[in-house]
Design a protein around this ligand. Sequence first.
Ligand code: PLP
Length: 399
Amino acid sequence: IAWWDHVLPAPKDPIFCVTEAFHADSSPNKINLGVGAYRDDEGRPVVLQCVREAEARIAGSRFLESNSAAVSSKMVEESVKLVFGQDSDVVNEGRFAGVQALSGTGACRLFAEFQRRFHPESRIYLPDPTWSNHHNIWRDAQVPAKNYHYYHPDSKGLNFSALIDDIKNAPDGSFFLLHPCAHNPTGVDPTEDQWKEISYQCKVKNHFPFFDMAYQGFASGDLEKDAQAIRIFLEDGHLIGCAQSFAKNMGLYEHRVGCLSILCNDSKQGAAVRSQLQQIASAMYGSPPVHGVLLVSTILSNPDMKSLWIEEVKMMLYRIQKMRTTLQESLENLDSPLNWENITKQVGLFFFSGLTPNQVEQLAREFHIYMTRDGRISMSGVTTGNVNYLANAIHEVTR
Ligand code: PLP
C-alpha cells in the first residue's frame, strides 16, 4: 500500500543533532554547549526552590474542570504584569487579550495563526539571525516571512543602521518580531536609546511589534529591567503582541507554560480578540495542561515565593556571568590573538562566538565539544570544571 511512500525524513533539528552527537561521544571530557536551558555548575538541570515550594503547596489539589479556567486566567494576569508592569493601566483596564499558551513556541504559533487569519496581507519580519524555529512557525502558519538586518559579524554587535533602514523600507503595517532581551542566538540587545528609536520608527510606519520574550531575567538578572524594551513601546502608545515562556526563567521547560498577550484599544476589543485566540487554540489542541500553570500562578501570586523566584533568577544569571568572565580571562591568559571582549559584552544564555563551521567541527572531532554550526555557545553548558579545557580548545582551533 502506497499511502506514505512519498514521505521522506524531515531535516533534523540543528539542536537535536548536537544533543545526539554529544550523547554518542564516550569521552569523559565531552561538553554539550547546545543546550538552550539553564544548567548548574555540575551541568545538571535545576528545579528551582520556588518551584519545589509551589509543588508542595499544590500537592493533592484536585484539578476540577471548574477551577482550571480560573487558574489559567490568574496565571495570565500575573504573567502580563511581568512584561507590562505591576501597576500597568493595560492590565487594570483589561485592554488586552491574554491566553495561556504551550510555552513560548505555542504562544508564537498561536499568534502566527491569528495574524494570518486577521491580517492575511501582512508579512512577518524576523531578525537575521533568529531562533531557527521562528522560520518554521510562521511558515507553517502560511505567513510570508522576511529577514531584517540585526547582527553585524565584524563588530559582533548590532547592525543598528541597517535595522532601522529595514524598518523604514518595510511596507507600512508590517509585523516585526523583536526579541525584547537576551537575543537568541546572538546575545546582542539594542541599548535603551536604540529601542526608543526602533519604537519611534515602528510607530511612524504603523508596524505591529511582536515581542518574543523567552528569557526575561536572563539579560540583566532583573525581570523589570529586561522588560524595558516593552515598556518603551507601551509608552509610545503601540499596540503590541507578546509571547512569554517560563521554560528558562522558571526552569519549567517540560511543563510547557507560556502566555500570549495582545494589546487592544479597550476591554471589549480585548474580549473579542481573546475569544478568537481561544477558538484557534481549541481547534489545534483543545486546552493546555493545568499543572505547570498552577505552579506559575502559585509562585507569581504569592509574594514570598515570587521574591524567592526573583532571587533564583539572579543566581542563575550570576553563574552564567561568572562563566563569561572566566572564559574570557582564560582565553586572554592563553595570549589568544583574537579579541574575546564580546563574551562578556553579549548577554543571556548564549555567546555567539563567530567560530566557523570548520572550527566547530574541529572542536567536536578533537575536543569532544559540541555546539550548533553557527558557533553559538550555550554558556549554561560551561562550568567551573570545564571552562579551562574549553578555553584551551577554542584557543587551539583559532590560533
Ligand atoms: N523564543 C525564543 C527566542 C527561544 O529561544 C525559544 C527557545 O529556545 C522559544 C521561543 C521557545 O521556548 P519554549 O517553547 O521552550 O518556551
